[in-house]
Write a protein that binds this ligand. Sequence first.
Ligand code: TXA
Ligand code: MG
Length: 314
Amino acid sequence: MQTQRLTDDPQGIATAARLLAAGWPVAIPTETVYGLAADARNGAAVAAVYAAKGRPAFNPLILHVADLTAARALVDLPDEAEALAAAFWPGALTLVAPLRAEAGVASLVTAGLTTAAVRVPTHPVAQAVLRAFGGPLAAPSANASGRVSPTTADHVLDSRAGLGGRIAAVLDGGPCPVGVESTIIGWDGAQPVLMRPGGIATEAIEAVLAAPLRRGPDPDSPRAPGQLASHYAPQAAVRLNADAPRAGEQYIGFGSDGPLSLSPTGDLTEAAARLFDVLRRADDLGQPIAVAPVPDHGLGAAINDRLRRAAAPR
Ligand code: TXA
Ligand code: MG
């Protein structure tokens, strides 16, 4: 299959919506990473997403909708979720809540769970596609399962870690501004749980809830089934908290100059936006990778989570 690159103008957006309505998965930009979108109500279209990514069928997908009203039609949002939605939607926050019986979503989207993950993206191109398509889109990150997430259309088209030749089209909206996936929040009874650190800082969420989040998932019993230890794996070995490279290592710096620096000025927002591109470029050099320490506050928590997974044994 030849993967078409669509432009982010009205014509490209209309083509993407038409392909989605016909049951084809299409990669689209969001503010976090590129997602491989499919009609969430069409089981065959969702199955095609799992097939293109090589994703295990027990790992559920995030539903993307245009606004809060559309989210409420899919899931029953608890009061705290409503408060978080009011604070952070549209944006890089995913809420896990009980799926409504009348949601009409293919069971493959939730991998048979009674809850569903939902978010309202803020990226104008994602918003335009959702409105042109007119329904919920299920979209995991548009990378081959277990590989580094894509933050440009070129990453999506890459034939090794990406999906080039395996999907009908990618809508090119330029680089993703946030660069790490959404923060996922769920509830265990009344207790809010951080299921995945991401593009909205945990501290900001705790400020709205006026309470600490329980940290999860426990690595031994993942609450977000996609939180497998060796996710985001580059080909090369990765050594963390390295103050300097050893002989033969490529060095990913933070707060220092260099071709693979995450942020020469030590800015966590810039580092998040550059993370996956820098990991891919380091990996392409075919040598072991050493990564500088990154502070663990703000977006640093999401960056360190992705780095630990990149470095995990596999
Ligand atoms: O920023 C993002 O969230 C991107 C863009 C495309 O929106 N999407 C993304 O999707 O990162 P994906 O599939 O790579 O990660 C989705 C995560 C997985 O860890 C999955 O297990 C979890 O969400 N998830 C989905 N539904 C869930 C549910 N009902 N309960 C717990 N975790 C769930
Ligand atoms: Mg992913």
